[in-house]
Design a protein around this ligand. Sequence first.
Ligand SMILES: Cc1cc2nc3c(=O)[nH]c(=O)nc-3n(C[C@H](O)[C@H](O)[C@H](O)COP(=O)(O)OP(=O)(O)OC[C@H]3O[C@@H](n4cnc5c(N)ncnc54)[C@H](O)[C@@H]3O)c2cc1C
Length: 520
Amino acid sequence: MPRPSQMAAEIDLAADVLVLGGGPAGAWAALAAAEAGARVVLADKGRVGTSGASAAANTAVIAAPDAATRAVVMERRLARGFGLVQAETVERVLDEAHGRLLDLGAWGYAFARDDAGAIYRGTLRGPDYLQLLRRRLHKAGVRILDHSPALALIGDRAGAAGAWGVARAGGARWRVRAGAVVIATGGCAFRSKALGTHGLTGDGLLMAAELGATLSGMEFSGQYGISHVAATVTKNLIYGWASFTDATGRRLEGEDPFEILARHLPEGPVYAMIDRASPAIREGLRRGQPNIFLPLDRLGIDPFTERFPVTLRYEGTVRGVGGLSIDPRGATGVPGLFAAGDAASRESLVGATSGGGGPNATWAIASGCWAGAAAAAFAAGTDARPDGGPVAEMPLLDDAGLAEGLRLVQDELFPVERNFIRDGAAMRGARQRLGEGWRRLRRAGRAPAAGLDAARLLRGRELAAITATARWINAAALARTESRGIHRRRDCAATDPAQARSLSVSGLDHPVATKSEAVR
Ligand SMILES: Cc1cc2nc3c(=O)[nH]c(=O)nc-3n(C[C@H](O)[C@H](O)[C@H](O)COP(=O)(O)OP(=O)(O)OC[C@H]3O[C@@H](n4cnc5c(N)ncnc54)[C@H](O)[C@@H]3O)c2cc1C
């Protein structure tokens, strides 16, 4: 494989800071870097403003404008973190996000108002939010490369010095040489068809790991969203007022909708009806979260009076926890390489629970700002950057090979009986099969230096990232020999107080999990 820096690039740019990914984390990172005086380029796989998990959804964020609300949030986060949350991280996230939510208002974002007419900053309408950020990026002079997935970082273990990628339309190769790089490519939902997650294939995790970065919180990824079987919207809110039944109409008992579904889906279809919501709650749900109802309305279903078939759609690290380990400035440990948002581990903010429902969106704002500012400072303080290319494998597979590789990973991660509730023996089998999938990618033909088929190259890299991410999840889940939060093990059902600490995973051909002294 020729090194990216040796490959001719039709688009060749230089920047102080290169941001990969233009969801909220990448947009905030780019804005913070530009605020600090850096020349910034931002490249996204899709179109900045409409791609990523937030752009497709309404997201709750944690707004803690006063001391009383803040105290409640702190208490709740610490209570729900299963011993892994760090109070200092929560405080820093709340501080940073509070100021940035005020900025959004000052820039013209129309926050909702409560019944008393007061501004309510606790939800963000995805499309409006991301379009506003796009306008701010233009205003700040950030150069945006839409539909331009990054495929590999430029640099080596001595540091990151830019990235190399392709333009989806026309297939032009681009290269951006930069003083520092921010990975904000989101989480990985393994192509489960959950809305907004199609392009979230763990690319940034793979690129960073190729330069030696480590990950943490990967075992806290047993995360699924509930949706109609024929729909992709995985908003879970309404199911708190649902009754669940099986094909015969028998009522399925239980407190937690996810556990009810995980227990009964392997036996056959499960149906939901939102029959426990009062008229006022129904009205509030429809008004506050119209996107939940869109697919049901299209299918002609009244969810309050009719039962409809539901499934659990895997969300992996998008609403889960795991990602690149970072320090409080967003630095990965590889010089010049920073990470933010779902691409970074949220363990110190959410512990072993899902980051959905507020924490992840708030983290995207705060961690984006930290990483952008730190990347700008790093770039300003360095002259010479490494010129080498990474040891990036660019596997080229045909359609059948790509489909087979993806199915192999999905078969290990999607079934609730394998991944919602895990088991040591089954995971050891999965380790072997996923390892074989990885080795097949390693053996696949390599992309030539010229005449590249950009789409095929991207799909090969995405499959490599998906496979690597599944292997890190597997390695971490095997090493955590207990149940804690959304890491549930049938063979180790109890929570072990001695394991109330973080696990790091690293490595590509031989992923290894190691216990950290400190939670990061
Ligand atoms: C249905 C749903 C509902 C949610 N609701 C909430 C909620 O209410 N509250 C909450 O806190 N969180 C919620 N979340 C999670 C929240 O959406 C994410 O935490 C948030 O979007 C993370 O922002 P991000 O910028 O890190 O990633 P994303 O918004 O996913 O953006 C990542 C970007 O990186 C780009 N990218 C990927 N690969 C590459 C590449 N190789 N090169 C260049 N660009 C690339 C993608 O195109 C994408 O634009 C929800 C998630 C889902 C799926």
